[in-house]
Design a protein around this ligand. Structure first.
Ligand code: ZN
Ligand code: ZN
Length: 353
């Protein structure tokens, strides 16, 4: 399998972002990404999907959409729609109808920033997902860079501080989002987790101060989704796009916070009696299963089963674990960066049945 680095969930001038698709492609090339997925609010922009070149680098730009009901107040229930290749925002008023329409169009639906608390000091509402009784979503955005920023803003001063020192923000997915995800997983559902940046390249002006808050380049070096695909990216944008979306659908990916140190090279595999499995795959428990975890450098590695801590390894770059117990197994990795213990890697689960 080949590992590719993808940044997803971002906005252009077609909604409330400040850059163009070309700006995003240029920033993505500079940041060394393989692909980006642009998701403007309530508009599916048809046309810009393609490979973009910048010097000797290139990036594949895909277009999805972030849909929510604009008539709803506050505007909760944001859904990331990927691979539908058509406009679906007209179904936003009814989340179940929207999800059914995504399925019918052959697309995937991921709950965006499932938990997104209010930040009253900068007049930001709670825009969490609330309709948890709906059926048919592919997964959720486990780690959203912008929701985490909102949790850190206790005053206007905090908002400015973190805008100037964005490296201080990220510590990991919000605990309530992790709890929600584990709850869905242990109820027997397959639920793919993605990492999203929610990049806007916002312009902040405060008296004489003018600054682009969290430029695209910053996000593209931070919370990425690392996807395992069966062959390297080629020349055909359409075929490569289909391959990436298929790998996402299967959950063949992990979330890597690449800013403190690159997460490229991380691996979680499960080895059974008859076959092996990647993150996102199912494997029978019969005959036993061995997990192999390989880290790009020594760190704290945590194995969880059904949302509960099973084993922690400290300062290790290779970990193995044997089991015969059915369950949902996933891995979290933590490192120290800027004097704090921070989440570094969050994998999709291996489902041992
Ligand atoms: Zn949103
Ligand atoms: Zn967004």
């Amino acid at each position: 399998m080949h590992e590719i680095i993808v940044n997803l969930h971002m906005h252009t001038r077609y909604s409330d972002g400040y850059g163009s698709h070309e700006d995003i492609a240029a920033a993505a090339c500079q940041s060394g990404l393989d692909a980006v997925i642009v998701t403007d609010h309530n508009v599916w922009v048809n046309g810009p999907e393609d490979y973009y070149k910048n010097g000797d680098r290139r990036v594949l730009l895909l277009v999805g959409e972030e849909i929510h009901d604009q008539a709803r107040n506050p505007q909760k229930n944001h859904l990331l729609v990927l691979g539908a290749q058509r406009e679906l925002a007209m179904y936003a008023h009814d989340p179940q109808l929207l999800l059914d329409s995504v399925t019918k169009a052959g697309g995937m639906a991921f709950i965006a920033h499932p938990v997104d608390p209010p930040a009253p000091s900068v007049r930001q509402d709670d825009i969490s997902w609330v309709d948890w009784n709906v059926q048919g979503f592919t997964g959720l955005e486990l780690w959203n860079g912008f929701s985490e920023y909102k949790t850190r803003i206790k005053s206007k001063l905090h908002a400015i501080y973190f805008a100037y020192f964005p490296r201080q923000i990220a510590c990991g997915p919000l605990p309530e989002t992790l709890r929600r995800w584990d709850e869905l997983l242990t109820s027997g559902k397959k639920m793919v987790a993605l990492g999203g940046s929610d990049a806007h390249a916002l312009k902040l002006s405060l008296g004489p101060l003018r600054r682009t808050v969290f430029p695209y380049e910053f996000h593209f070096r931070a919370i990425n989704t690392h996807i395992f695909v069966p062959r390297p990216l080629g020349e055909d944008a359409e075929a490569d796009s289909a391959m990436i979306l298929d790998a996402l659908r299967q959950g063949h990916c992990f979330i890597g916070y690449d800013l403190p140190a690159p997460t490229r090279g991380f691996h979680l595999t499960a080895h059974g009696l008859e076959r092996n499995a990647l993150m996102g795959d199912e494997l029978p428990s019969k005959g036993g299963v061995t997990f192999q975890i390989r880290l790009p450098m020594r760190a704290e590695c945590v194995l969880l089963k059904d949302g509960k801590l099973l084993r922690t390894w400290h300062n290790r770059d290779l970990c193995t674990y044997n089991t015969t117990e059915p369950g949902v197994y996933r891995v979290e990795v933590y490192i120290y960066y800027l004097r704090r213990r921070r989440g570094w890697i969050f994998t999709n689960p291996v489902y041992v049945r």
